[in-house]
Design a protein around this ligand. Structure first.
Ligand SMILES: Nc1ncnc2c1ncn2[C@@H]1O[C@H](COP(=O)(O)OP(=O)(O)OP(=O)(O)O)[C@@H](O)[C@H]1O
Ligand SMILES: [Mg+2]
Length: 310
């Protein structure tokens, strides 16, 4: 059984306009799924439907085999959600917030205490647990929201821009926590973010969405293959024979398309044999940003590596 199954899901908020236009995909348990797309592409709408907060106009969505429209109590038990805007009661302390939401989930007093202590420690909030949330910084509010989302040990964790507003230390802490949850506890993570570098570090599966349509879905390698991505050998040198150098993007910096390691080695040997000088050489592969733009723009994308990365 898949953790999430979405089939021909459609959502129109206003007549004639589809925020989601018949999207379909499925996510296996334990995946860290990066749902990536520009503003207004339909990410939050999808998350809200999967959480049973919003009804779809057409199509179906299942969470661990449960229809999201049929059994909202069970869906709330299975899912933990950290929304775009951190949502906690501002006039309650961090500890009181967790106590309140723990009770809402029907957890015992001991469970609430143990889980809250553990989460507050791991999210570096223990010292501030007795302060009112209105006195928290943006990053602290985000972290207490994450603690709240994890309190009832959900099987699926939805994160809508989890690291925006976090300092680098907290962002790293949250990333490590999310990876640990997926790897050690089999929690499925559904991540919406605009931070492609962050997604690349953490995700095992990707979906690219644009104006309510899925443009691509799969692992990084599967998505690369679909776009026939190119590898380049980027080198800095002198007297490079012209037959080897279709692109020269800066003084003495050359970019040569290659098929892999053997090709790279043969090209370098060929250049040296013909009297060329090679000072530095590096293979440049597509990153998530190149892949994202290849799908979003529907065209192959010139690698964004700067020449001084050599
Ligand atoms: N409550 C609403 N009423 C009407 N239209 C809405 C509503 N919520 C979202 N929309 C529209 O649905 C589309 C998708 O919005 P959604 O919030 O799902 O995008 P998103 O991908 O999460 O964007 P962002 O990256 O900015 O968070 C947009 O065109 C948006 O204007
Ligand atoms: Mg959104």
């Amino acid at each position: 059984m898949h953790a999430i199954e979405v089939c021909n899901l459609k959502k129109s908020y206003t007549q004639g306009e589809n925020a989601l236009d018949s999207i379909s995909f499925h996510i296996p348990q334990g995946a860290i799924f990066g749902f990536l797309g520009p503003n207004g592409s339909g990410k939050t709408t999808t998350v809200r439907i999967l959480n049973g907060i919003l009804s779809p106009t057409q199509g179906s969505a299942l969470v661990y085999g449960q229809k999201v429209t049929a059994n909202s109590q069970e869906i709330h038990r299975l899912c933990g959600v950290m929304t775009e805007t951190a949502a906690s009661y501002e006039n309650l302390t961090g500890w009181e917030n967790l106590d309140f939401f723990g009770q809402m989930h029907g957890l015992s007093k001991t469970e609430i205490k143990n889980q809250s202590e553990q989460l507050l420690y791991s999210l570096d909030l223990y010292e501030s647990k007795d302060k009112k949330v209105k006195a928290y910084s943006t990053g602290m509010k985000k972290r207490i929201s994450l603690a709240r989302a994890l309190l009832h040990r959900p099987k699926i964790l939805f994160l809508d821009e989890p690291t925006s507003g976090l300092d680098p230390e907290s962002a790293q802490n949250v990333t490590q926590m999310v990876q640990k949850l997926a790897i050690e506890h089999g929690v499925t993570v559904f991540l919406c973010t605009h931070q492609l570098k962050y997604a690349e570090d953490i995700c095992t599966l990707y979906g690219f969405i644009h104006k309510g349509n899925m443009l691509g879905f799969g692992t990084f390698q599967q998505l690369l293959q679909e776009k026939n991505s190119t590898i380049y050998l980027e080198l800095r040198g002198d007297s490079i024979p012209p037959s080897f150098t279709p692109y020269q993007n800066a003084n003495k910096i050359y970019k040569i398309p290659i098929t892999g390691d053997t090709d790279a080695s043969q090209i370098l040997q060929g250049i040296l044999k013909q009297g060329g000088q090679v000072y530095e050489a590096k293979q440049i592969h597509w990153g998530l940003e190149d892949l994202y733009f290849a799908y979003q723009r529907g065209v192959s994308h010139e690698i964004s590596t700067k020449s001084n990365d050599l």
